[in-house]
Design a binder for this molecule. Sequence first.
Ligand SMILES: [Zn+2]
Length: 251
Amino acid sequence: MEISKTQSYITAENAPKGIEIKTSTRYGGFSSTPFDSLNMGYFTGDDITTVIKNYYYYQNITKTYNIVTLSQIHKDTVLEVDKENAADTMFSKADGLFTYENYLPLGVITADCLPVMIAGNKCISALHCGWRSLNAGIIDNAFKLFKKYDDIPFYAYIGAGICEKCYEVRDDLVQQLNPAYSPDQTLVEKGQGQYLLNMKKLASNALIYNGLNIDNIEISKYSSCCSKGFYSYRLENGKTGRMITTIQRAV
Ligand SMILES: [Zn+2]
């Protein structure tokens, strides 16, 4: 599965009307090797002015302005953000964002971890899901916030991330997986304490556990590791850039 080198972002194809979800690729932008070239990660070691230029570029081509992002730490906290506290929330140490506002784009940064975007009738949420934050209950926490605002999520998007063929984990990690998300369905045993973990399936199970219908979950066909045009932390030994996935309600 390849994307064209002229394509600087991909779009969630089945997102409901008024919900815009996009993921940057590594094409376009200004960064040099090993961050080439549309690196959206501020904290990667890339030149910061170049990353800012990349944001300017992405915001203009996607018409997604004033994106709120975080300083992600692989935990389960989801922050409520509105237009009043958006600037103050920027770069907070957390892995999830939630808002009831229109035209307030929420962004998470990934390179193998999964971006998980959730939409209800009033609210939206953007989650950075590595196995740690996912397993700790970041999706459960997002659903609690929808409930707080009397909203019910009816669509979720699991974006480009590491695929089921590439994510090898050891049994000590497997033993920590939350049984509520039916991890048995997501694992293939390789022997000698090694397993392949299907993160997209695990995230999908966590969404279903919280009441979402499987038909309302869109899973990106792209993988960060096996599809060309994305950043992969594993494949590139940590010396690489990041994609951003943004969600906003545009009505
Ligand atoms: Zn792969």
